[in-house]
Design a protein around this ligand. Structure first.
Ligand code: N01
Length: 523
């Protein structure tokens, strides 16, 4: 097992948790921070953000592997309300993105309502009081509304390989990089050839003695048009915000033009396929290696990766691309299905994340005590507008089911969802609603229409397996339409799609003994 906890779970010293909050936000990545900022702006002061790690940043705090950088230009992969004129290059490296999130958090004036190293252990819907009982590693509280911004790429997934735990050398997941382990001169194996691996391999290949890269399925990789911003551009971003806005808008619409190629007309991706094939020819001389890295499924079916250095790294003398399939790990290395044993000092697991089972779902109990994971097991991972789930009142997801993107910025989706959540909280206040819950038939119709669209997409029909699909082949992760359509659908809270319970119909629960002050219990 490689570690799944991002940091120590011991609570940081700080103010105690309040007994009750109006809104509890889980997670302090891009989603949780945006929710906090938008709540504050809308006048909701009574909120708390709990985060199991010890800093903001979420996936950008955790993924510190060599070469970590974003595939979406930061002019777009940033908050619309917090432009950053200081980006150094078009595709920002991880440390720059993490510093950006930290700075936005500091400038927002919301950090006093964040509690770090506070792990949510259980969320239980109290049907009488119409609120959530929240159990955390730092204590218990209640909340009227819970916003889960726990992320889709937050829990690393170890590969299910026989003997995985028997390996006696160094082993760690790409999202839990062991910076204390020096790879220089070591024999190293990397398992996986996804977005993380293709950034790691070119960085570490020159340092290590030998590198075995275990590929199960070849990815499509197109060139990365990355460059430093010039002094003139940076000066313009600093002094003329409209210029930066123009860049952002141009990148947004440029990316949005790819949507039909993914969702309706895969033939439109022909130029991307030609770019990827010439990337292979440019990067690799050996015909056999070229054959091994050429995918046999439609481009776009899995996430399209971008790199200029991946193929040249595979072509190095000290790197071997192993495609025979892993049979087992032994105490000293990896044995492939053809019987070849390759001993190594370290194994780097770049096998992705739990994306189709949403790990926090196990810890959420809705109406009737049903866990969200059992609910998803029965109905598939699904939500109304990717945000709310029938049976789980007053629970909102930011980056929920079917809100992921293969082509553009998740921050755009996050901002769409936070606007919806904040409007829901405002509407509840205005209508005097104690709880809101999407009606089952409305959710069903939404999901059926979405899944119907999904059938035509390259993700479902492109002839590959991917982390977008659950074990039944349903795409439960991606949004199959334009992002501006998502923005429009979530522009305001559609109360008519929900069952609202008025506050005056709610029985007030008497306080429990442990919630009373000592004098109130006669001590
Ligand atoms: O994970 P992945 P990731 N034996 O799931 C292989 C975002 N991201 O961490 O394709 C052998 O994509 C698996 O093989 P296969 C981005 O959204 C963004 O790389 O399933 N191999 C695959 O090759 C991305 O999509 C950025 O056959 C096994 C790899 O492991 C998401 O994070 C950077 C295996 C997993 O690839 C996840 O990316 C990094 C096994 N048992 C990440 N199990 C940027 O923006 C799995 N694999 C740049």
């Amino acid at each position: 097992m490689t570690s799944t906890a991002p940091t120590s779970s011991a609570p940081l010293p700080g103010p105690e948790l309040p007994r009750h909050v109006r809104v509890l936000v889980v997670g302090a990545g891009f989603g949780g921070l945006a929710t906090a900022i938008r709540l504050q702006e809308s006048g909701v002061r009574d909120f708390l953000v709990v985060e199991r790690g010890d800093d903001v940043g979420g996936t950008w705090r955790d993924n510190t592997y060599p070469g970590a950088a974003c595939d979406v230009p930061s002019q777009l992969y940033s908050y619309s309300f917090a432009p950053n004129p200081h980006w150094s290059r078009s595709f920002s490296p991880q440390p720059e993105i993490q510093r950006y999130i930290q700075r936005v958090a500091e400038d927002s004036g919301t950090l006093d309502r964040f509690r770090f190293r506070t792990n949510v252990e259980e969320l239980v819907w109290d049907e009488a009081a119409h609120q959530w009982d929240v159990h955390t590693s730092a204590g218990d509280l209640t909340a009227d509304v819970v916003v889960s911004a726990a992320g889709a790429l937050s829990d690393p997934k170890d590969p299910d390989i026989p003997g995985f735990d028997s390996f006696e050398g160094e082993v760690f997941h790409s999202a839990r990089w062991n910076h204390g382990y020096d790879l220089t001169g070591k024999r190293v194996a990397v398992i996986g050839t996804g977005a993380s691996a293709i950034q790691i391999v070119p960085e570490i290949a020159p340092e290590v003695a030998r590198l075995d890269v275990y590929q199960r399925t070849a990815p499509w990789v197109i060139p990365r048009h990355d460059r430093d911003y010039t002094g003139v551009e940076k000066a313009a971003f600093r002094s003329l915000p409209a210029v930066q806005k123009l860049y952002r808008t141009a990148i947004y619409w440029g990316r949005e033009m790819y949507v039909p190629a993914f969702t309706r007309m895969p033939s439109l991706a022909w130029p991307a396929k030609q770019m990827a094939l010439s990337n292979i020819r440019r990067g690799i001389k050996d015909p056999e290696l070229r054959r091994k890295v050429t995918p046999d499924y439609r481009i776009g079916c899995k996430r399209i990766l971008i790199s200029n250095t991946w193929y040249p790294a595979l072509d190095r003398d000290n790197v071997e691309l192993v495609t025979d399939g892993i049979a087992e790990l032994t105490p000293t290395g990896i044995v492939t299905k053809d019987g070849t044993a390759r001993d190594v000092d370290a194994v780097i697991v770049a096998t992705g994340f739990h994306t189709t089972d949403l790990p926090i779902a196990e810890h959420i109990r809705g109406r009737g005590g049903v866990t969200l994971s059992d609910h998803f097991a029965e109905h598939g991972m699904q939500a109304y507008k990717g945000t709310t789930v029938n049976g789980f009142p007053n629970l909102f997801f930011v980056v929920g089911p079917n809100t992921g993107l293969g082509h553009s910025s998740m921050v755009f989706m996050i901002e769409s969802q936070t606007a919806y959540v904040v409007d829901a909280v405002r509407t509840m206040e205005e209508c005097g609603a104690a709880s809101v819950e999407p009606r089952a038939e409305v959710q069903r119709a939404f999901v059926e229409e979405l899944q119907e669209r999904m059938q035509r997409t390259v993700w479902n029909a492109g002839g590959c397996a991917s982390w977008y699909l659950d074990s039944h082949g349903r795409n439960v992760t991606l949004w199959p339409r334009a992002t501006f359509t998502f923005r429009r659908l979530l522009a305001s809270f559609d109360a008519d799609a929900y069952d609202l319970v008025p506050r005056d119909q709610v029985r007030v629960r008497p306080p429990r003994a442990e919630e009373l002050e000592p004098q109130e219990v006669g001590a």
